[in-house]
Ligand binder design. Sequence first.
Ligand code: PMT
Length: 407
Amino acid sequence: MTALSGKTVLLIVGGGIAAYKCHELIRLLKTRGCRVRTILTRAAEEFVTPLSLASLSGEKVHTALFNLTDEVEMGHIELSRAADLLVVAPATADLLAKMAHGLADDLASTALLATDKPVLAAPAMNVRMWRHPATQRNVKVLDGDGIRFVGPNDGEMACGEFGPGRMAEPAEIVGAISSLLQPKDQPLAGRKVVITAGPTREPIDPVRFISNHSSGKQGYAIAAAAVALGAETVIVSGPVSLPIPPGAQVLRVETARDMLVACEDEMPCDIAIFAAAVADWRVDQIADQKMKKRRTGPPVLSLTENPDILKTIAGKTSKRPTIVVGFAAETEQVVANAQAKLKKKGCDLIVANDVAEGTGVFGGDRNTVHLVSRAGVESWPAMSKQDVSTKLMHRLVLMLRADDRKS
Ligand code: PMT
């Protein structure tokens, strides 16, 4: 889905009852980092308001062909040319007919005629209108012109009839848009990558917690590299103050147990990478109120073990990611300890890094890692966390391809 990040879709909303689905369509596109500009036909304004679509898209909604301000600012032709893709949803019988005949008597049809970009139509109409020879003729003409279609689907319609004519669901339309906008050099397009990043926080009382120095930089850099290769990328993030890599989705958690739940919810996926520094222990009994100093001396905190997220996900019998990658943060015998972790956790690869005092790995911008797998150990020279991430993601693409060949 990340084929959509940074792209602009010009959404042309036709006048049909299915126009209400455009709200969800715009929301889904926006959450995937896509800019959505909207044109409403006059008939569409009877079903949805420019105000609701402007609020959701965060953009002015265009309705009139001859609008002096718009023409001065960019012109209706520019509106369609500036888009990466035009989406007509719902594509009514009337709009399809206009498109097939090259009519241009309003803003929607003019933008469609003026464009040199791909056009995706999501037809929606009464079943008899859809089956009518005139509509079928128009669809055939448009198909020959290179217009792509998603739907219509079979089902019960607002008019009470049953059959083909329901507009495709917003998620289906987003899928069709993604595959049309998919750049060809994105080997992880259509793949999902889940990455944990940052520290966890284990509360002691309402104001104190146990945590560590992880900044999230390594995990977030991996996420950016996964996005760049076209993956649908989810970061399950502990508390950090980093910008979200464009195109990635972030699920914020605090404790190890929250992180495990969020990871489980994201399964299955193609690659899971556990770069978070998860607290191994939490406090047994979290105090309801702030703990006070006592004459008897400091309190004794009783700790209990946290779930091991990496081990749990790697050990899954169903919904296990194809490739599971753990990190090992070691302060001594880095490679030997990482080899032991590879076995203990049941993952496919361990990225071992030395986090001893003075290395600056926690919170810093550089890292020196060793890739530990059953095939052996490969040590990389010191480099930026971005470079580690890019190299690592390319390596994982190769591992995924090898796995594809096996199955
Ligand atoms: O965030 P930065 O400032 O950029 O620093 C990067 C980093 C040092 C945090 C990162 O490169 C790193 O090493 N992350 C793993 C830290 C860690 O917790 O290592 P570990 O050796 O204790 O754990 C081994 C693996 O098990 C890790 O993949 C960890 O995410 C996972 N784990 C650990 C405990 C637990 N309860 N659940 C887990 O999933």
